[in-house]
Design a protein around this ligand. Structure first.
Ligand code: AOF
Ligand code: ZN
Length: 362
């Protein structure tokens, strides 16, 4: 099925989990649902060194079959009987009927003998699949490779757990943290490689937010584009925060994702509204007023700091005063990773220590 060659044999359950994680990564990083992969292993016969993969699948986005159901369908399409198999899944099988039916029950109905899953499902309705399987006599082993599985679904997991989107704040500054010169010139501080990276990030998030001030001053399109200017298939929701109206000629009214104008300055209200729209990952792109309000409310989970090796000495900074007057009052973030982008650098910092977990979201 799909774009990847089928695995036919794997050494053992850990190798099957490697495969399930690789399959999960084929799903979209954006959207309301998590990226999940599933591998069905035939029972180990005496003397075999490897186990046969009889079916595998991954989730391709909201409304399409879940990974477990996709793997069962793959097995049947290949003429394989899923009875007695071990289901190796990157997320606990769901226990609810949402856009599709409950996977825990689908695995039971198929006669699967045991389940190994990485992450627990934190959803109030969707969780509990492991208990349901155990109650019906199917052993469930939770927990291997949680960090990797989480790296694939960080924003979704955060949103389901906390009831608000995961927020990435993008900053593009000089070495001394400035975003414009005194005369207001601000394009371009970072170079093409940094901009290409930022566009690739846009293509993985659900929504991008800017203030009306930034929208009026810069007239951004807020679309995700490849370096040749082509719009990518997925276009995030474009969110403008603030009271002033945008002219009808604004590029935000042009082609791209849906435009949502929120006439508020309350960042909690912004995130509530986006959460009800199933936005899992919000990218905040400016200006400094919105960045500052989000930081003051402790609503930023990750900063993408693009830093250009130039100095201005004066001019506006990326963030306005945060009310911090002494060093010990400044929260210290964790460096998740550091990357060179042409002449510039990208530092990804997070509020919690995820520096040892891989991350395939961006
Ligand atoms: C997925 N894909 O492979 C698994 C999921 O609205 P629904 O019916 O698509 O259900 C989405 C929820 O199901 C999701 O939030 C998660 O809790 C659970 N498991 N979801 O999209 C999958 N296994
Ligand atoms: Zn499911």
């Amino acid at each position: 099925m799909g774009t990847t060659p089928q695995a036919t044999h794997v050494a053992d359950v850990p190798a099957a989990m490697d495969r399930a994680l690789a399959l999960a990564a084929l799903g979209p990083a954006h959207g309301p649902n998590p990226r999940v992969g599933c591998v069905l292993l035939a029972p180990q016969r005496h003397g075999d060194t490897h186990r046969t993969v009889i079916g595998e699948g991954w989730h391709r986005g909201a409304g399409t079959p879940h990974a477990e159901v996709a793997a069962l369908a793959d097995a049947r399409a290949r003429g394989n009987d899923p009875r007695g198999t071990t289901a190796v899944v990157t997320l606990e099988p769901c226990n609810h009927t949402g856009r599709t039916g409950p996977c825990a029950q689908a695995l039971l109905d198929a006669g699967v003998a045991e389940v190994v899953h990485a992450l627990d499902d934190p959803g109030a309705a969707s969780g509990g699949g492991a208990a349901h399987l155990r109650d019906h006599g199917v052993p469930v082993q939770p927990g291997p490779r949680q960090a990797e599985a989480l790296g694939l679904v960080r924003a979704w997991h955060h949103a389901v757990r906390t009831g608000r989107p995961y927020v990435t704040l993008k900053l593009a500054t000089t070495l001394d943290g400035r975003v414009a010169a005194l005369d207001g010139t601000s394009r371009w501080i970072t170079g093409p490689d940094a901009r290409a990276h930022a566009h690739a990030v846009r293509a993985t998030v659900d929504a991008i937010a800017v203030t009306t001030g930034t929208a009026l001053a810069d007239d951004p399109a807020l679309t995700a584009r490849t370096p040749d200017g082509t719009r990518t298939e997925h276009q995030p929701l474009r969110v403008v925060v603030g009271h002033r109206d945008l002219p009808t000629t604004s590029r935000l009214h042009g082609p791209g994702g849906e435009l949502l104008h929120l006439h508020t300055h309350d960042v909690h209200h912004v995130l509530d509204e986006l959460h009800t729209r199933h936005v899992r990952h919000l990218l905040v792109e400016g200006g400094p007023a919105l960045a500052t309000a989000m930081l003051r409310a402790a609503l930023v989970d990750q900063v993408h700091a693009y830093i250009a090796p130039m100095l201005l000495g004066t001019g506006p900074t990326a963030v306005n005063p945060l009310g911090i007057t002494t060093l010990t009052a400044a929260p210290r973030w964790q460096t998740h990773h550091l990357q060179q982008l042409g002449p510039d650098a990208l530092l990804v910092a997070r509020t919690t220590d995820t520096s040892h977990t891989p991350d395939q979201e961006s």
